[in-house]
Design a protein around this ligand. Structure first.
Ligand code: URA
Length: 449
């Protein structure tokens, strides 16, 4: 991944007798170019993405190219061209007729990351249009759509007309991304998922930014997570990913900034679909855990600044019910009942402290995997999720605890899952006699702007 490619010594397409006559390149040449550490030309990148989308280049050849990119890396102009080619593979959206400024947020994903839920209505409550085209969870990180589907009646699939209508009205929409945006990325991401080529900066950056730029938002704030529960475990790599995406966004005319935030430990005190909705509503009611509130407010400030509303006070909007009003409208606009009781799991199991002290560590990945094993997440795209499953964290790192007091409550409909979930959870926490040092803020740095 660290290699810097040198210019391709033979950048011009060479006619290949085995290629279909209409194709200007041969996939094998393109793969070989990158395999040998050379820079791909603009034409090579444009062609391979288009040919892969059309099905002329097969999965096996694209997988080989993805692995070559994983090992050899890409230079900035190649990443830009790859992003542009993936945008061109599908439709783009246009919010310019809305009469509102658009602002969007993307998180690289983490455990307990429910920030979209309070953030979208909070920013929407200031008259900004917030189109949050989101996905479902796969593996140990939850998906925003799965969380919102815990609300009785709420539906993720809405038409483009409904999307525009809600943006004109309440202002905030969280919905399923249509298959028309960057279809090349959709295919390539699924392929990367099964070929160990996901955690590669050029591929992640082009994948995320092609969808965001195709979506047509005027501004974007990226929440790039660092730590055990994130894609990027290493701060230097997360910083490089953030910088790459910020550059891609700004070069495409989308005002983009990034916050680098901690994901060594879960965000908030609740992990799981309905549990995270519950916690988001606490934040919208002016309360909630300090870290969730801090990050929601920091991201809201970025979005409001980008929308030219630097004087807006997001904290006041949480405290005075303005954001909650927008939340209720946006949930109702998508068929949901904001007053309906949320689903709860049929079984719980509580973990208690075996001694006095402080919670010294609480690992995000261990909690995420435990919650997933309880049924909150899915192993395959087509699996259902348990809406009530998940984990409540009664202590966060640095908080005191006495022997016998509750540390965690596990929730599931299928109690045979407790043992495997506990195996993961119990590998990820400790009680210390000394109060541990904590960072005091989830925000590590801000990039861009
Ligand atoms: N999310 C995406 O959309 N793409 C990636 O490559 C990684 C995370």
């Amino acid at each position: 991944m660290a290699h810097t490619p040198s210019p391709n010594p033979s950048p011009n397409p060479s006619p290949n007798p085995s290629s279909p006559a209409a194709e200007p390149f041969d996939a094998v040449d393109v793969i070989r170019t990158k395999r040998d550490g050379h820079r791909l030309t603009d034409d090579q990148i444009d062609w391979i993405i288009d040919a892969y989308t059309r099905g002329v280049v097969g999965d096996e050849q694209m997988a080989a190219l993805a692995m070559a990119i994983f090992i050899r890396g890409m230079e900035s102009p190649e990443i830009l061209r790859l992003t542009q080619a993936m945008i061109r593979s599908g439709e783009t959206m246009d919010f310019s007729g809305l009469g509102k400024i658009t602002a969007d947020k993307h998180s690289t994903g983490g455990v307990g990351d429910k920030i979209t839920l309070p953030l979208a209505p909070l920013v929407g409550s200031f008259g900004v249009a917030v189109p949050q085209l989101s996905g479902r969870g796969l593996g140990h990180t939850g998906g925003t759509l799965d969380k919102l589907e815990a609300i009785p009646g709420w539906r993720a699939d809405i038409s483009n007309d409904e999307l525009m209508e809600i943006l004109r009205g309440p202002g905030a929409v969280v919905c399923a991304a249509g298959s028309g945006l960057a279809p090349a990325d959709k295919k390539l991401y699924a392929l990367r998922d099964i070929t160990a080529t996901v955690d590669c900066i050029p591929l992640i950056a082009s994948s995320i930014m092609s969808k965001k730029i195709a979506e047509g938002t005027a501004s974007l704030v990226l929440d790039v997570k660092v730590g055990s529960g994130a894609f990027m475990k290493d701060e230097a790599l997360a910083r490089e990913l953030a910088t790459t995406m910020v550059t891609l966004g700004n070069d495409a005319g989308c005002a983009t900034t990034a916050l680098l935030t901690d994901m060594d430990t879960p965000l908030g005190r609740k992990v799981g679909n309905a549990l995270e909705v519950e916690e988001s509503v606490e934040v919208l009611a002016g309360g909630g855990p300090a870290d969730v509130r801090e990050l929601t407010l920091a991201l809201a400030r970025e979005m409001l600044d980008a929308a030219g509303l630097s004087d807006a006070d997001p904290q006041e909007a949480l405290d005075n019910g303005q954001a909650m009003d927008t939340w209720r409208e946006m949930i109702k606009a998508q068929g949901g009942d904001p007053d309906a009781p949320l689903p709860t799991a049929a079984h719980t199991h509580t973990v208690t402290a075996d001694k006095d002290g402080y919670l010294g560590s609480l690992d995000a990945l261990a909690v995420g995997v435990a919650s997933w094993r309880l049924g909150a997440g899915r192993a395959r795209k087509e699996d259902p999720v348990q809406l009530g499953a998940g984990i409540e964290l009664h202590r966060k790192i640095g908080e005191p605890v006495k022997a016998g007091e509750k540390l965690f409550t596990l929730h599931t409909d299928t109690p045979e899952r407790f043992d495997r979930a506990l195996e993961s959870l119990n590998s990820g926490w400790s009680i210390t006699s000394e109060e541990p040092q904590t960072r005091g803020s989830v925000i590590i740095d801000r990039i861009g702007g």
